[in-house]
Write a protein that binds this ligand. Structure first.
Ligand code: SF4
Length: 255
């Protein structure tokens, strides 16, 4: 079964493979899936509204006061977690108030949970927006998606909204310091693990120079049945090849 959309602003804490115990902040609607990608492997299923422009959807998004109240309540509670993570149903950086919300959440974290870290899981499509890159610099663990080495594979796997340009994303990622890249690897049709595709992908990682690359494969039912899982031993081989080709630490995650 695919996952249900989260219907609240706060969810978890969940056990994240990358972050350990993480409290989630969902800035996207709960009634329909709104995202700038329609990834073939998305565990929420197909994207209902595919867009990078949130103006039409403002009334469907939680407003800043609601988000701040919900985060403050969770940080003051007895819940245990080491990370507070902007993630959720779609792409958090598309929320019109994302930069201001980062300021608010960092301040609340400093007040109530100074030991917790603030993280972001992003699909990398809103880095052109005013204030988003500056906001990313205030986040302890910003993690950005890069699932392809070529525009053709990017379009086949991430199925982006109009006006999303693959090489713009790569250029913007390469202008940020201290980021992590996460990549979902899939086999079948489409696939991003052919020798040629991996070579191009490693070239882009070399250009971006993240502090770390996290690779993993699908582990839940996915909407597109043409794709299949990349087994753990193959993920480890790719991680080893990635380290050798780029000098960047690659970590493979699997169950
Ligand atoms: S970016 Fe994330 S939420 Fe959006 S379609 Fe891809 S996997 Fe799903």
């Amino acid at each position: 079964m695919l996952l249900e959309l989260k219907d609240g602003i706060i969810y978890g804490p969940i056990n994240s493979r990358r972050l350990g115990k993480s409290l989630g902040i969902n800035l996207m609607p709960g009634r329909f899936k709104l995202c700038s990608f329609d990834c073939v492997y998305c565990h929420f299923g197909r994207t209902d509204e595919l867009s990078v422009d949130m103006r039409e959807y403002v009334n469907d998004l939680p407003d800043s006061d609601e988000v701040v109240r919900a985060v403050e309540g969770a940080l003051k509670s007895s819940l245990e977690f080491g990370y507070v993570t902007f993630s959720g149903n779609g792409e958090p950086t598309l929320h019109p108030d994302f930069p201001e919300l980062v300021d608010e959440v960092v301040e609340l974290r400093d007040t109530y949970r100074p030991d917790a870290k603030v993280a972001l899981l992003s699909n990398s499509t809103a880095l052109a927006r005013t204030g988003v890159r500056e906001a990313v610099r205030k986040i302890d663990a910003p993690v950005f998606k890069l699932d392809a080495g070529t525009e053709r594979t990017f379009r086949a796997i991430n199925r982006p909204a109009r006006r999303v340009d693959f090489y713009d994303i790569v250029e913007r990622l390469s202008s940020l310091d201290g980021i992590r890249v996460q990549s979902v690897l899939v086999d079948g049709a489409p696939s991003n693990i052919s020798a040629g595709e991996l070579e191009s992908y490693f070239d882009l990682v070399s250009l971006i120079q993240p502090v770390e690359v996290h690779i993993y494969s699908i582990d839940r039912p996915v909407p597109d049945t043409g794709i299949s899982l990349v087994p753990p031993e193959r993920l480890e081989d790719i991680a080893r090849a990635g380290r050798e080709a780029t000098g960047v630490p690659f970590v493979a995650f699997y169950k």
